[in-house]
Design a protein around this ligand. Structure first.
Ligand code: F0G
Length: 464
């Protein structure tokens, strides 16, 4: 008899498995990525998604209050007593007509899933609460990650809340925004600045975690992705359990897209939904490995027999030309996405596409999202910029129902926002212009006014 919960190689041809408690996060047979797998036939599964509606009302139970754990029957790997929660996942799925119009959709067709409302200000908390729960189950006392900023902020806040876990973060030097760095420092994580970028930091943290037996919380950890499935459950809940036509998500290390497709495949297999949505992953043009491989080199999942030589060849070419990831959307400035094989499987399951958008389109989309009433960071806005591109191409119809995931809060990266709206060329150039963006479309410039009542009144009458 198999265990109720175990870890399983994503490659069906390999079939390697390992125990729930294994924290190496590599298939013991082939070294590949793992899924958390469940023997659903022996687990209590709700008959309908409506089952979850009553849970939120029970706000006195922290597990039902959490926007992650009230869905815990859909990732039942932990006993209630082990669960680590800080009230994550109280997020909003908001209809956004002004942004829909900008992207080319008809009113009522676009919803923004605003994950900036999480305790650390990004979607990462959904996964971190799950990873920390697993860490606690395995008796870990130290947790580490490499990060472009948000994972480290989330790790730091969970360590601080738990007190019994020491956090260690690896960041590329000069690569993360001050908002995110300040969170890691404020919450007390040991912060190591590596002379390199995210891809270098991730390689090092994997080595170090293995050598020192430190619990790794990057998205190569399949337990983190179990928590991120709840983002899709909340989307479905907000849409009264109707599956949208598309989910559009920024792509960095490709954990989200992998987790979303797993959520939908499982719901389909369990008979809880009748179809899966299509997925669109949006890369920044300066960090577009997934786009290049999937759309240009035609790399496909092929039942797990994907052509590794295409990936190796692509990385060799990056090395040969010393090409490093380079985008203003620093959260997704990643050239070697660790979940690439899972993401290929995800697109296969959900008939997905990948697009690559230039920084200027990301920043303009971000300003439109902000003007529409939700503040997000640049990486998040890639979703709307990508949606606009897909509508323009005719891939997404203007009457289809679309959910874009806003992954992080606007205050994460305020320097870029101020520079975008600044009338001062030096401020603009220091943050944006030096990265090749010449001009932006939706700047809301501050108006300089003398300290004089009549002049102030005049400025208001002229401008508002
Ligand atoms: N959006 C934001 C705001 C992010 O911080 C990240 C990833 C992504 C999108 C990409 O998500 O990796 O699931 O494709 N940030 C990681 C970090 C890499 O270290 O904070 P993904």
């Amino acid at each position: 008899m198999t265990d109720l919960v175990f870890q399983k190689c994503i490659n069906p041809k390999c079939g390697g498995t390992t125990s729930l408690a294994d924290t190496t996060f590599r298939c013991p047979r082939c070294g590949g990525l793992l899924d958390v797998a469940y023997d659903w036939n022996r687990l209590p599964v709700p008959k309908s998604l409506k089952h979850f509606e009553g849970k939120w009302a029970n706000r006195t139970n922290p597990l039902d209050f959490s926007g992650v754990w009230r869905f815990r029957e859909l990732f039942p790997f932990a006993p209630d007593s082990a669960i680590v929660t800080i009230g994550e996942g109280q997020t909003l799925c908001q209809r956004a007509d002004a942004v829909a119009t900008y992207a080319g959709l008809n009113p009522g067709r676009l919803f923004l899933q605003y994950e900036g409302m999480n305790p650390s200000g990004s979607f990462k908390d959904n996964g971190m609460s799950a990873a920390f729960t697993h860490a606690r189950m395995t008796g870990a006392t130290r947790a580490a990650c490499a990060s472009t900023g948000n994972t480290s902020a989330s790790l730091a806040i969970y360590c601080a809340a738990m007190q019994s876990m020491r956090g260690i973060i690896f960041i590329g030097s000069g690569k993360i925004s001050y908002g995110k760095l300040s969170q890691a420092l404020e919450h007390g994580a040991l912060t190591l600045q590596i002379n390199g970028d995210f891809d270098d930091a991730l390689r090092r943290v994997r080595e170090v975690s293995q050598q020192l037996g430190i619990y790794l919380v990057n998205s190569v950890n399949p337990f983190r992705l179990e928590g991120q499935k709840s983002i899709m459950y909340r989307v479905l809940e907000a849409l009264r359990w109707e599956v949208p036509d598309w989910v559009v998500v920024p792509g960095g290390n490709l954990g989200n897209v992998s987790s979303f497709a797993k959520a939908f495949s499982e719901l389909l297999d369990l008979g809880l939904i009748a179809r899966v949505p299509r997925l669109a992953v949006i890369n920044a043009a300066g960090a577009n490995t997934f786009y290049e491989l999937h759309e240009k080199h035609n790399l496909r999942w092929a039942g797990g027999q994907f052509d590794q030589s295409k990936i190796d060849g692509y990385y060799a070419a990056l090395d040969a030309t010393s090409r490093k990831a380079d985008t203003l959307a620093s959260a997704i400035e990643i050239n070697r996405p660790v979940n690439l094989p899972k993401a290929l499987r995800s697109l296969d399951r959900c008939n997905g596409v990948v697009r690559s958008v230039p920084d200027v389109e990301i920043l303009d989309a971000k300003a439109k999202i902000g003007a529409g009433g939700l503040g997000c960071e640049p990486a998040s806005a890639a979703s709307v910029a990508g949606l606009r591109m897909l509508v323009r191409e005719g891939v997404i119809d203007k009457d289809e129902r679309v959910v874009c995931i806003l992954t992080g809060h606007v205050l994460k990266d305020s320097d870029e926002t101020v520079a975008y709206h600044s009338a001062d060329q030096a401020t603009f150039d220091a943050k944006i212009g030096k990265r090749g963006v010449k001009s932006v479309a939706f700047a809301n410039r501050a108006v300089p006014v003398p300290n004089d009542l009549a002049a102030i009144v005049k400025a208001i009458e002229q401008n508002a």
